[in-house]
Write a protein that binds this ligand. Structure first.
Ligand SMILES: Nc1ncnc2c1ncn2[C@@H]1O[C@H](COP(=O)(O)OP(=O)(O)O)[C@@H](O)[C@H]1O
Ligand SMILES: N[C@@H](CCOP(=O)(O)O)C(=O)O
Length: 327
């Protein structure tokens, strides 16, 4: 489970006493999640999420993430809102870790993804991209090409333990990405990890977005590519064109995509597949024995990469004219 840091009752009550939330009624570790320690904190004033930030989340990036959630909530995007303690400060420390309490978002993430989920995701993603238009803080994407090369360098010698030939595949793919990566596309703040477990639904309706801890500045349409990879493949590895079509067409109803953005999609999908393949590969190879968190399967992303490598243009994604064509 994703609780890396244990919080004692004593630590918690000292921490909670700094807020105006009433007495703590319960605090339970949340099994889901990968990066940080999360607790469902129930107080007299209601449920909250307590997050202790771990390894991959850099302390200096936290003001960006918290500022972004505040900005988005202000723009009407349903997302967690950092809660300030009595002194007005939301970002604090608990058990030697940076820690924040955020508001609780009702809903469940979808275990079985339907085309309708993808349609709503497309619209929500485009609304997010419009909402960040006047967000003034910036955070470069640490998991862009230079970051991928660093991760590859750390895993290269053992990559073939995970799949024969993986090292050579990644080496060649990184070179191809470097030679073909698009330039000059519309940029802004992207979520960068909008997987199904970060999107909540109540019944059939999308009710909120969580986990902004990879958010950064990059091409907006790269976020679309990340979502195509995370939402539009079936368990058997096949690409679901209906889901991708609905995701794209509903995105475009809110934020039109230019011809250049559409043409860049195949390379952005390849890059996004490599990004998640590399972080998963690194975690797979550096997984401490006995750790509670089960590392995610890197090979799922190798299969997605292979699919995108076989694509020669938008037509191969079976997108019809209105999806592949004009804005
Ligand atoms: N604001 C929130 N409201 C409700 N549940 C939340 C909230 N934030 C996190 N969670 C719960 O905690 C889990 C892990 O959160 P997440 O931010 O994805 O963790 P990590 O960054 O460690 O991967 C989510 O799947 C969800 O169940
Ligand atoms: N979405 C990433 C892992 C990050 O996990 P999250 O719980 O923060 O979404 C992946 O699938 O590799």
């Amino acid at each position: 489970m994703a609780v890396y840091t244990e919080v004692t009752d004593e630590d918690l009550s000292t921490f909670a006493a700094q807020y105006d939330l009433g007495a703590v009624l319960s605090c339970k570790g949340i099994a889901e999640g990968v990066e940080n320690s999360n607790f469902l904190l129930v107080t007299e004033s209601g449920p909250y999420i307590l997050t202790l930030y771990e390894k991959r989340t850099r302390k200096e990036d936290l003001p960006f993430f918290l500022g972004l959630m505040e900005h988005l909530a202000d723009k009407g995007i349903a997302c967690p809102l950092p809660v300030a303690a009595r002194d007005g400060v939301a970002l604090r420390e608990l058990c030697g870790r940076p820690a924040v309490i955020v508001t609780f978002l009702a809903g469940m993430w979808p275990r079985r993804i339907t085309p309708q989920h993808c349609a709503q995701l497309g619209e929500a993603l485009a609304r997010l991209h419009l909402a960040v238009g006047d967000f003034r803080m910036e955070r470069p994407n640490a998991l862009a090409l230079p970051g991928w090369k660093d991760l590859f360098a750390k895993s290269a010698t053992r990559a073939d333990e995970v799949a024969p030939g993986l090292r050579a595949t990644l080496e060649a793919e990184l070179a191809a990405l470097e030679a073909n990566w698009p330039v000059g596309l519309p940029s802004g703040v992207i979520h960068a990890d909008l997987f199904p477990d970060n999107v909540f639904f109540r019944g059939d309706s999308l009710s909120g977005l969580i986990d902004f801890y990879f958010a950064c500045n990059d091409f907006l349409v790269y976020d679309v590519a990340i979502c195509i990879n995370a939402w539009c493949f079936e368990i058997d590895g096949s690409f679901n064109a209906t889901k991708a079509r609905l995701l794209l067409s509903n995105y475009r109803k809110v934020r039109p995509l230019s011809r250049e953005e559409l043409d860049a999609l195949p390379w952005l999908c390849r890059g996004s597949a490599v990004r998640f393949l590399l972080t998963r590969l690194y975690d797979w190879l550096n997984h401490p024995p006995g750790a509670f968190v089960r590392p995610k399967d890197p090979l799922e992303y190798l299969r997605k990469l292979r699919f995108h490598q076989s694509v020669r243009g938008l037509g191969d994604y079976f997108l019809d004219d209105s999806d592949a064509g004009r804005t």
